[in-house]
Design a protein around this ligand. Structure first.
Ligand SMILES: [Zn+2]
Ligand SMILES: [Zn+2]
Length: 195
């Protein structure tokens, strides 16, 4: 039990606010910190609801999301006071097949590698066209924090929506619906489909 308590304390040390804002100064320099979030966090659950809205599904179709992050704060000449983020995003969501309209589940696992720099760098000429930088042994996407705070909710939302399938098909063999009578041709034949 003792180890459990200290683990929770360690986690809460960099827990973002209820709105998903993480104050950069809360993260100590030079030591990797862990942060785990799932739909028990209100704003993560809100994003899952937005994914339902996106696919025009009721919120009882909400899926699951877990975000497993390691954060390192450091400071250097190139990008100032910054956060290095490594991690994994797992998303499970429901969507409906564009051919037959049947609701089905899709799952995504994606690695995250980011550098979060102060927004002032986004205005510098040398970073205008840059969306990737090399840091801590890999290429990382460059994001920015504003007024000393990283908007983790916006970041997670963007990462989730980037991964969503724009043309979900429940099965490559899906026969879809009959254009004449709307019959689901995966389950039945109608007079129009016998040509
Ligand atoms: Zn289908
Ligand atoms: Zn038909």
């Amino acid at each position: 039990m003792e180890t459990n308590t200290s683990f929770n304390e360690k986690k809460s040390e960099i827990m973002p606010s209820d709105k998903g804002l993480l104050r950069i100064s809360k993260v100590a320099f030079g030591q990797w910190k862990e942060l785990f979030l799932d739909k028990s966090t209100t704003w993560v659950d809100t994003i899952l609801g937005e994914i339902c809205d996106h696919y025009e599904l009721e919120h009882n179709h909400k899926g699951n999301c877990s975000i497993d992050l390691k954060l390192l704060r450091k400071k250097n000449y190139e990008l100032g006071d910054q956060l290095i983020i490594d991690g994994e995003l797992s998303l499970s969501y429901n969507t409906s097949c564009i051919r037959c309209l049947e609701v089905f589940n899709e799952q995504i696992h994606t690695k995250i590698a980011l550098v979060i720099a102060d927004e002032s760098f986004s205005k510098k000429e040398e970073y205008q066209e840059v969306d990737e930088v090399y840091a801590e042994e890999k290429n990382r996407e460059l994001y920015f924090y504003e007024r000393g705070q990283l908007n983790l909710k916006e970041l997670v939302r963007e990462l989730c929506f980037l991964e969503l399938n724009p043309l979900p098909i429940h099965n490559a063999e899906c026969k879809g619906l009959c254009f004449e009578c709307g019959a689901n041709l995966n389950h039945e034949q109608c007079s129009h489909s016998q040509s």
